[in-house]
Design a protein. Structure first.
Length: 346
């Protein structure tokens, strides 16, 4: 955000309601931030606040602080854009200020910018047909992707995350309790995108539902598992895939396994080293993929087909597959302990 736009968004707490109206008219963003003598933001004013104040009998020369909202949502600098969009959709907010530790303004997020900018031509397919047998204690009445984390279904979080990265065309592959998912998302209009459904008559695995796409996409497509809690930078992944020239890209990240015993290194029956309960680090599949349209030719029609089989097929055909490493927040919610960890996240 430019310094000039930020300047037009702020007024002093000594300003009048007329001053607030002029600021809102000048910035064209339907809001003004009110700062005190130290530069800290004390509240914000919208067109609605002013209208309600005037209807209550206040005059234009009255203090702007008389109509400002003192309790409002803000985020610190560096907050993930997709997280902000998630917050704004959940709270039905049109704007969220970015304030530093001293509550001084850094920028303002606007819903119309987050939804309206950088629309990508790529489509996304989210695999949401799983039963979640290991989560049966909490997923027996809803499909696994609709299990809530911090008050929101995991699948909704993924959809909003994609919308925050400019993905506006999304397919949901559904099977178990599909009507629950379809009733929640509808055509996607309420989530800033267009949603269609790939209806599996029988479970098709993590890759088989791709054969149900109505036509071959013209651009690389994103494929995601529906039980992820993540803030992965899918924009960066799409850019890396385009630069690689590969038929597919698989997202990967670090995962550590703690051994419950001491690990022994020996040579010819003699102890060389003893390491107590070491952690072994692996690079694991994170359930997010980018596929070139030609990669879909390897997906059989109407047959259970895991994504691992697709990558095996690509490699056997001599195609190259890129690996995109990221360390962003990520959790695959496959078991009750994973869900407990996810619900502990902010």
């Amino acid at each position: 955000m430019s310094a000039e736009l930020l300047r037009t968004l702020t007024i002093q707490d000594s300003s009048s309601i007329r001053d607030a109206m002029e600021a809102i008219n000048a910035n064209g963003r339907e809001v003004a931030l009110v700062h005190d003598a130290t530069g800290r933001i004390a509240g914000l004013i919208t067109d609605g606040d002013i209208r309600r104040g005037l209807l209550a009998g206040l005059e234009l020369r009255a203090s702007a602080s008389a109509v400002m909202t003192r309790e409002f949502f803000s985020v610190p600098p560096g907050t993930d854009r997709a997280y902000v969009l998630d917050l704004m959709k959940a709270r039905q907010l049109a704007h969220v200020p970015v304030l530093d530790a001293e509550r001084r303004p850094v920028a303002v997020h606007f819903l119309r910018d987050l939804i309206g900018e950088s629309e990508k031509p790529n489509i996304a397919v989210i695999m949401a047909g799983g039963r979640g047998t290991r989560l049966r204690s909490v997923a027996d009445k809803v499909p696994k992707p609709m299990v809530e984390v911090a008050g929101r279904p995991m699948l909704e979080r993924i959809v909003l995350h994609l919308v925050g990265h400019g993905i506006r065309r999304i397919y949901l592959a559904v099977n178990f309790m599909a009507e629950t998912i379809e009733r929640h998302f509808g055509d996607g209009a309420g989530f800033g995108c267009r949603i269609s459904y790939l209806r599996e008559q029988a479970p098709l695995g993590t890759g088989g539902a791709l054969s149900l796409l109505p036509s071959l996409p013209e651009q690389p497509l994103l494929v995601l598992n529906g039980d992820l809690v993540t803030r992965a930078d899918v924009s960066a992944m799409l850019e890396a895939h385009a630069a690689s020239g590969c038929a597919a890209t698989i997202a990967a990240g670090p995962y550590e396994v703690q051994l419950p015993f001491g690990a022994i290194t020996e040579c010819s029956g003699r102890l060389v080293a003893l390491e107590e309960k070491p952690a072994i680090r692996f690079l694991v599949n994170r359930g997010i993929y980018v596929l070139e349209p030609r990669a879909l030719q390897h997906v059989p029609a109407n047959r259970e087909f895991p994504m691992t089989a697709l990558f095996d097929s690509l490699l056997r055909a001599g195609e190259q597959v890129a690996v995109f490493n990221f360390d962003d927040s990520w959790l695959d919610v496959g078991a009750p302990e994973d869900l407990r960890r996810a619900r502990g996240w902010s």
